[in-house]
Write a protein that binds this ligand. Sequence first.
Ligand SMILES: [Zn+2]
Ligand SMILES: [Zn+2]
Length: 113
Amino acid sequence: MRNAGSPAWHRNNMGNTCLENGSYLMNYIGCANCHQRDFVLISNKATEDDDGEELVTYDHVCKNCDHIVARHEYTFSVVDDYQEYTMLCMLCGKAEDSISVLPDDPRQTAPLF
Ligand SMILES: [Zn+2]
Ligand SMILES: [Zn+2]
C-alpha cells in the first residue's frame, strides 16, 4: 500500500528568481496608491555592517507618486571562501545564493541538471 501524502518537493519555484536592482519586477502588479504600473525606483538605501555581515536595505518607490511599494533587504557575508547572499523582498521574492571567492569553484564541476 502506498503513502498518499503529497511529495515534499512539490513547491512553488517562482520566488527563486534572482533579479538585479531596479529591473523588471515579476511580482509587481502596480502601485497600491496611484494604481500605475510604472518604473519602481530605489530609495532610502542603507548599509549596515554587523560583524562581517553586510545588511543592505532599501525601498522600492513608485516613480509616479513616491509611494513605498515594498521594502527590500539583502545580506552579504563571506563564509569559508564563499560569498553568501540572502534576499528578502515582497516584490523580488526570497533568494539565497553563495558564490566562491576563489577563481576555481570546486562546486561548479557539479552537474547543473
Ligand atoms: Zn504610485
Ligand atoms: Zn526588491
